[in-house]
Write a protein that binds this ligand. Structure first.
Ligand SMILES: [Zn+2]
Length: 141
C-alpha cells in the first residue's frame, strides 16, 4: 500500500466522501481516515465527512514533498517537528536496519523528541564525519 496516490486523480472543485476519495485515489478508506488524522482537512460540520478535492491535492502534495524532502547532511528527521533537525550535540546512535542501510537515531535539538534518518551503509563514512556516531546495534566505523 505504499504506492503514491495521484493528487490529480481528484477534481479540485469537487468534494468527496471518504469512500469516494478512496476509490478515486486507489486507496482504502482506512488510508483516507489516516490522512485525516494526519491533518487532511475535512468539512467537519457535516457527516459523512466531505473532503474538498483541493484539500486532498494540497495535502498529498505536501505529504509527498515532506517524505522526499531532502534532509541537510547534518539533519535527522524529527517526527514531532515533522522537519529536518540537527541532533542534540550532533550525537547519533547507529542501528543496523537492513543489510544495506543503517538507521541513525538522535535527539531533536529543538524539541527533544526522537529523530532519525535512514542512510545507506555506503554513505556511513561520510556521516561519521558529520555526526558523532555511537554504536547502537552495530557499528564497524
Ligand atoms: Zn523536534
Amino acid at each position: 500500500m505504499n504506492r503514491r496516490a495521484n493528487p490529480m486523480a481528484v477534481k479540485a472543485a469537487l468534494t468527496y466522501e471518504i469512500a469516494e476519495a478512496a476509490v478515486v485515489l486507489g486507496k482504502s478508506p482506512a488510508t483516507i481516515r489516516n490522512w485525516i488524522k494526519d491533518g487532511l482537512p475535512v468539512m467537519a460540520s457535516r457527516k459523512p465527512y466531505l473532503i474538498s478535492g483541493a484539500a486532498i491535492r494540497s495535502y498529498l502534495r505536501d505529504k509527498y514533498q515532506r517524505s522526499k524532502s531532502p534532509l541537510e547532511h547534518d539533519e535527522l528527521f524529527c517526527l514531532s517537528c515533522r522537519a529536518g533537525r540537527k541532533p542534540k550535540d550532533m550525537v547519533v546512535e547507529a542501528f543496523a536496519n537492513t543489510p544495506k542501510t543503517t538507521r541513525l537515531m538522535g535527539v531533536c535539538e529543538r524539541c527533544g523528541a526522537c529523530a532519525s534518518r535512514m542512510v545507506s551503509n555506503s554513505k556511513l563514512q561520510a556521516f561519521a564525519r558529520t555526526f558523532r556516531i555511537k554504536a547502537g546495534g552495530n557499528s564497524d566505523a
